[in-house]
Design a binder for this molecule. Structure first.
Ligand SMILES: [Zn+2]
Ligand SMILES: [Zn+2]
Length: 156
């Protein structure tokens, strides 16, 4: 999707729901939907400032909420005490690894998780809906720099 198409999709969502279409909302949408990163609300604020487009914290959070509700963005919790957001368009379901030293986030996809979590759900009498998985540890770069800190499994 091109940048203007992405923003147009959000504009359509706002219009269909009779929500005000403001420059701030469109600026927040553009930042989140065109980024390949997992952005926090603070990252969005910083990027807005860099672009000379000011918006209050409340506007940023409200817009993020609208992007999620409209199915355009996905909310992620990596156990950092705040949420991160990524564009939903065109991305297949994936899980994440998070480096506890530098905070880097790496995406991965493994279809074995689909069958495994389905089996676990069935064994417990559930019909599986979704699942969330974040693997924490130390990334290759930090390991190369000699980092050894990081929590032991189960200490979460
Ligand atoms: Zn790292
Ligand atoms: Zn992701």
């Amino acid at each position: 999707l091109r940048r203007d198409e992405i923003v147009a999709a959000f504009r359509d969502y706002l219009r269909e729901n009779n929500l005000p279409i403001t420059a701030q909302r469109l600026a927040v949408a553009e930042i989140v939907l065109t980024s390949s990163e997992h952005l926090s609300a603070e990252d969005v604020m910083i990027e807005l400032g860099r672009r000379g487009a000011q918006a209050g914290t409340a506007t940023v959070y409200r817009t993020l909420e609208l992007l999620i509700r409209g199915g355009l963005a996905v909310e992620r919790d990596f156990g950092e005490g705040f949420k991160r957001y990524e564009a939903a368009h065109g991305i297949p379901a994936h899980e994440h690894l998070r480096c506890e030293v530098c905070g880097r986030i790496v995406e991965f996809r493994d279809e074995r998780l689909d069958s495994m979590t389905g089996t676990i759900a069935t064994q417990n009498g559930f019909v599986r809906g979704g699942y969330k998985l974040v693997i924490t540890g130390i990334c290759p770069d930090c390991r190369a720099r000699g980092a050894t800190q990081g929590r032991e499994p189960g200490q979460e």
